[in-house]
Design a protein around this ligand. Structure first.
Ligand code: BGP
Length: 467
């Protein structure tokens, strides 16, 4: 639909930016922090690990001052579970609590709304070694961890996100399982246990911080059938149900998506569900839906020739197929980033529409951005006009979605500052702020505002009036 007049972004719109603990903090073994599974990561030759990252742990005040200069209304970050509970449960690390306390105080000083992810890919190693998410004890550990977060930080946080990209952890498990990659049956048990853990945390928040809001943050993207033949459409529906709807249906409707449950039982992947699990899940309705969006997917009907699965690298945006269900297809209408991620601003509008029409709940975009090489030029600047184009194209589509009637409450591009990519090291940059380091030379980690910083600052000041 084309409009003569677009609706404005709401005046209290949460213009934000995102990071996650293991990708930005560094200080991996300092001040009592325990190890997380990310600390065991051995990257390919020439690519950095997560140990120093952007050293935000030691630059926190400087970084928050930059957020204030950028004019951020909100900052989405994650708390490192192993910094709070070095063994995943049990003794609390007070130094870890103090770090996040100081961070929250700094944010409040500048009236920046914290949006806190409780768990972003960095399961404490001790829990992983005890069976990880397949072991129901991890549900109890998550509830204990949630209790500590709400007790210690509840008075300072209005927005919580339970688990980042649970669907990516299940569908692209290699990066999240340093040992053996689990099979699908094991993965869906992990998945179910995460659903129960999120529900318990949500119910706990209702008791402990009744005014705070909480929601999930899966990676949700629209899918297109490759052609208009009905079998491609059916394959796309199935892909969307398995890859996306399951994660919101559990959160919002408190039940497994029927076609996904049929798929799980048919394949023998269905999880063991304990008495009371589904009641808990049904009671724990979120307040809003977090949504990470980078690119859309395209699928065709399966060919059942043993090649439907086509596994590629562990990159979460690279489509995978599934034997007998759907097959990854190319979309010739879309450009790609240097890293092969499709660029599809209209797909964001399609995604927001589909989500809103299905759930009628406020949506918060918790991630979206362009990962690419940036060049620090001789004038000491980073001229990232390509990032400005990317974000501006996506913001325009978000505004169209608002005009369509979608209740979009905020937009947190990935990322506030350069940080270590989950799969591709430090050269793949996303930030508004450049960090002067390379894969193997940490230099002084100087913070440098990119051109996109000035552009976003103005956009926030004007509430995107001149998009
Ligand atoms: C999302 C993750 C982020 C971040 C982002 C970019 O899936 O939630 O943690 O990594 O993708 O991905 P990458 O770092 O692989 O470029």
């Amino acid at each position: 639909m084309f409009y003569k007049n677009l609706k404005d972004f709401p005046t209290d719109f949460l213009w934000g930016a995102s990071t996650s603990a293991y990708q930005v903090e560094g200080a991996w073994n300092e001040d009592g922090k325990g190890m997380s599974i990310q600390d065991t990561h051995t990257p390919p030759e020439g690519i950095t690990d997560f140990k120093i990252a952007s050293d935000h742990y030691h630059h926190m005040e400087e970084d928050v001052a930059l957020m204030a200069e950028l004019g951020l209304k909100a900052y989405r970050f994650s708390i490192s579970w192993a910094r709070i509970l070095p063994k995943g449960r049990g003794a609390v690390n007070e130094a870890g609590i103090q770090f996040y306390d100081r961070l929250l105080d700094e944010l409040h000083k500048y009236s920046i709304e914290p949006i806190v992810t409780m768990y972003h890919f960095d399961l404490p190693l001790a829990l992983y070694e005890n069976g990880g998410w397949e072991n129901r004890e991890t549900i109890d550990a998550f509830e204990e961890y949630a209790r500590i977060l709400f007790e210690r930080f509840g008075s300072k946080v209005n927005y919580w996100l339970t688990i980042n990209e649970q669907n990516v952890m299940i569908n692209h498990p290699a990066a999240m399982n340093p040992g053996k990659v689990p099979n699908k049956k094991e993965l869906y048990q992990q998945c179910h246990n995460m659903f129960v853990a999120s529900a318990k945390a949500t119910l706990l928040l209702r008791k402990m911080c009744p005014n705070a809001k909480i929601g999930p943050a899966p990676n949700i993207i629209a899918v297109y059938p490759e052609k208009c033949n009905p079998s491609d459409a059916l394959a796309a529906d199935m892909w969307e149900a398995i890859r996306c709807w399951l994660y919101y249906d559990i959160a919002v409707y408190g039940r497994y998506t029927p076609s996904v449950w049929s798929y799980l039982t048919e394949k023998g992947y269905e999880p063991e569900i304990f008495d009371g699990d589904m009641d808990l899940i049904a009671k724990a309705k979120p307040d809003f839906l977090g949504l990470n969006y980078y690119a859309t997917a395209t699928v065709s009907a399966p060919k059942n020739d043993g090649h439907d699965c086509q596994p590629r690298n562990g990159d979460q945006q690279v489509m995978v197929g599934e034997e007998g269900l759907y097959r990854a297809a190319q979309n010739p209408h879309l450009q790609q980033t240097k890293y092969g991620w499709l660029i599809d601003p209209i797909g964001l509008r399609v995604t927001l529409e589909r989500v809103y029409n299905r759930y009628h709940m406020p949506i918060l975009i918790t991630e979206n951005g362009l990962g690419t090489h940036d060049v620090l030029t001789e004038d000491g600047k980073v001229h990232d006009d390509y990032r400005i184009d990317y974000l501006s194209d996506h913001f325009k589509q978000a505004q169209l979605a608002i005009t369509d009637g979608v209740d979009l409450i905020g937009y947190c591009p990935w990322a506030f500052i350069d940080l270590v990519s989950t799969h591709q090291g430090y050269n793949k940059r996303y930030g508004f702020v450049y960090v002067d380091r390379t894969e193997d030379d940490l230099k002084e980690m100087k913070r440098i505002k990119k051109d996109s910083f000035d552009w976003y600052k103005k956009l926030i000041e004007e509430n995107a009036k001149n998009l």
